[in-house]
Ligand binder design. Structure first.
Ligand code: IPE
Ligand code: IPE
Ligand code: MG
Length: 248
């Protein structure tokens, strides 16, 4: 793998915490705790590799339908995680960002996120985006609403003007989307942005996703030919001439 075959933006659907715990006869919360450890390891690894954008699906809007005890546990975990990891983020020059419905978050989680986002605002080594209370469809509806509110006649709406209404218009499209736990679906993640994303489904459960598993995903990505709808050409490898992707 060379720098030119590394993805610029990796998005991850971190799935399988519950099953990981179940397999060990533990409560689901233990799986989430173990999952948080895998997040730290992944972030360090990506930062060391020089991957500029990492986006993690931590809580979907649909996840609010889980039992209230699990939801509360998860938000306490996110809050603690963000507080405890802040020094590490600063040390690694990582800027924290968020996509999703910020106002849905419990007060303590929102405050911890806001604080860490503000404290890391000047970091330039990598952008770590957490998707919290995120729904790809909701994001699309919000962007449409925002565009309508500008008063621009619908005939003049473009993909570019639509993008300005996304949660983070500056986030490039993901080059590689990894989902763990063997499920072969997108579950409402980055629907607009993943038009030409390379998909990688890993059979292992999220808490077991380690540096070796990441290397396998990156190796698979490095072997892909991204065509973006065109006839294959050597320049089409990995984002050169990328249509609407992260090479924009
Ligand atoms: C992913 O693991 C974590 C979140 C969705 C918050 P799950 O909790 O979905 O674990 P499984 O899929 O039930 O094993
Ligand atoms: C997707 O996992 C959401 C997150 C990882 C946060 P889910 O476990 O919620 O997805 P489904 O229900 O299996 O599609
Ligand atoms: Mg799941």
């Amino acid at each position: 793998m060379t720098d030119s075959t590394l993805p610029r933006h990796i998005a991850v659907i971190m799935d399988g915490n519950g099953r990981w715990a179940q397999q060990r006869g533990l409560a689901r919360s233990e799986g989430h705790r173990a999952g948080a450890g895998a997040v730290c390891a992944l972030v360090r690894e990506c930062r060391a590799l020089g991957i500029p954008f990492v986006t993690l699906y931590a809580f979907s809007r649909e996840n609010w339908q889980r039992p209230q005890t699990e939801v509360s546990f998860l938000f306490e975990l996110f809050t603690r995680f963000v507080r405890e990891e802040l020094p590490g983020l600063l040390e690694q020059d990582i800027r924290l960002s968020m996509i999703g419905e910020r106002t849905d978050l419990p007060f303590a989680a929102r405050r911890a996120m806001d604080y860490a986002i503000q404290r890391t605002a000047a970091c330039r080594g990598m952008v770590l985006t957490l998707a919290l209370s995120y729904s790809g469809r909701e994001e699309i509806v919000r962007a449409a609403r925002a565009l309508a509110a500008t008063g621009l006649p619908p005939g003049e709406w473009t993909e570019e003007s639509f993008r300005r209404g996304l949660y983070d218009p500056d986030l490039p499209d993901p080059d590689l989307l990894i989902r763990t736990s063997g499920e072969l679906r997108i579950s409402n993640f980055l629907l607009f942005q993943s038009a030409y994303t390379e998909l990688y489904f890993s059979p292992g459960l999220w808490p077991d996703f380690d540096a070796a598993a990441l290397r396998e995903a990156l190796q698979s990505y490095a072997e892909r030919r991204r065509r973006f709808g065109r006839v294959e050409d050597d320049r089409d490898r990995h984002g050169e001439g990328d249509a609407g992707g992260s090479g924009q």
